[in-house]
Ligand binder design. Structure first.
Ligand SMILES: NC(=O)c1ccc[n+]([C@@H]2O[C@H](COP(=O)([O-])OP(=O)(O)OC[C@H]3O[C@@H](n4cnc5c(N)ncnc54)[C@H](OP(=O)(O)O)[C@@H]3O)[C@@H](O)[C@H]2O)c1
Length: 355
């Protein structure tokens, strides 16, 4: 059933050109036309991810490839169905849903394909739902598609109190692993433990790698690293035989600054310093290095469906609890970016369209 929406204005965050926090601007816009196969969602909450900051900085390759400027960041929303393209019969107007979108999430309304829309669990709030898909799909892809740790494996998760980090720790435990979390500040230890980490190394006060060796002298079966240059070399060295290093980000290339603008000199220097892994060495040392970018899941609906199916099975069994994200009004998206780029946040951040 198609229900035409009445004329209305949509509030969106627009980034007109690459830059700092001030480049996130609230704009009023006309609704987008609904394409075949799409669902219109009246957004109540939009998830914030570290990758959104890279979109704002102009450093996110697929944003440039698929959208260009201006761009509205955001990969995930939650709210209610407000319009359905003809032929979509398994959803109805008013249903509570969460949706994935390849950019455009920081908005009071989103249109996205039916395949990217999922019913929000009854007991979850919209902020909890908006905090869920990106980080859990990232963790699912890293562990269930790439690393495949066996029960009993020991895995090390960097930034274990963050959005993806807490999801990795939780899934690692559900897969029967011992999880060692690394955090960058003492205030993050509790969040990493709450997510299930068996051991937490606070690298702001302890020698990270000495502690990691003490906890698992034989090395690690899996290490998940989104730091990049600062830890990648040591992460590789601390793999056990047949261990797998999963690379999924490069946060330490971006210095924490007041303006949020990019230091291209540091970026170039860190690019040169980033370890290069050689096939001969990988084979001789019996280690693997894997990497991925979730953007491509938008062209692999089979994988996306498989991931969400696995994740919802854990949710339904009560094994993944509803997140309690920190919230910001949509108009204050710059504050959310300032917070996530400060490196001090724990868990997820979410924007609310009606604070
Ligand atoms: N490949 C993919 O498909 C994919 C998908 C989603 C996310 N990611 C990546 O996963 C990582 C985590 O994303 P998230 O959204 O969940 O963020 P987050 O972990 O909640 O926040 C980022 C964390 O990274 C650490 N960090 C290290 N250097 C930093 C720096 N220079 N500036 C800011 N933070 C720094 C900090 O934790 P500690 O100090 O505790 O280490 C910080 O709290 C990001 O690198 C992101 O790009 C990749």
């Amino acid at each position: 059933m198609t229900t035409a929406t009445a004329p209305h204005t949509v509030q969106r965050i627009l980034v007109r050109k690459a830059g700092g926090f001030d480049n996130l601007e609230l704009a009023a816009d006309a609704p987008k036309p609904l394409a075949p196969g799409e669902v219109r969602i009246a957004v109540e909450a939009a998830g914030v991810n570290y990758a959104d900051a890279m979109v704002r900085r102009g450093l996110y390759a697929t944003a440039k490839k698929y959208v260009g400027w201006p761009i509205t960041p955001g990969f995930e929303v939650a709210g209610r169905v407000s319009e359905l393209a003809p032929g979509i019969t398994d959803l109805k107007i008013g249903d509570r849903v969460m949706g994935l979108t390849l950019f455009g999430g920081y908005s009071s309304e989103v249109t996205t394909l039916r395949a990217f829309v999922f019913k929000t669990p009854d007991a979850w709030s919209s902020p909890a739902a908006a905090a869920f898909p990106t980080v859990y799909l990232t963790a699912w892809f890293a562990l269930c598609e790439l690393a495949h740790p066996r029960p009993g494996a020991t895995i090390l998760v960097h930034s274990a109190a963050g959005g993806v980090g807490t999801a990795l720790a939780r899934l690692g435990k559900l897969m029967g692993c011992t999880v060692v979390g690394v955090v960058g500040g003492s205030h993050k230890v509790a969040a990493a433990k709450e997510a299930g980490c068996d051991h937490v190394i606070d690298k702001s006060s302890a020698d990270l790698w000495r502690e990691a060796e003490r906890i698992s002298p034989r090395g690690y079966d899996v290490i998940c690293d989104a730091n990049g240059v600062e830890t990648l070399g040591q992460s590789y060295k601390h793999l056990a035989p047949v261990g797998r290093l999963v690379v999924y980000g490069f946060s330490t290339m971006i210095p924490k600054t007041k303006s949020g603008r990019t230091n291209f000199l540091k970026l170039a220097w860190d690019f040169l310093r980033t370890p290069k892994f050689a096939p001969l060495d990988l084979t001789n040392k019996n280690r693997s290095v894997m990497a991925f970018n979730l953007s491509d899941l938008f062209t692999r609906k089979d994988l996306l469906e498989a991931g969400m199916r696995d994740l919802f099975a854990w949710v339904d069994a009560g094994q993944i609890p509803a997140a309690e994200p920190k919230t910001y009004p949509l108009a204050k998206a710059s504050e959310a970016h300032r917070a996530i780029e400060s490196g001090t946040t724990t868990g997820k951040l979410v924007l609310l369209t009606s604070p």
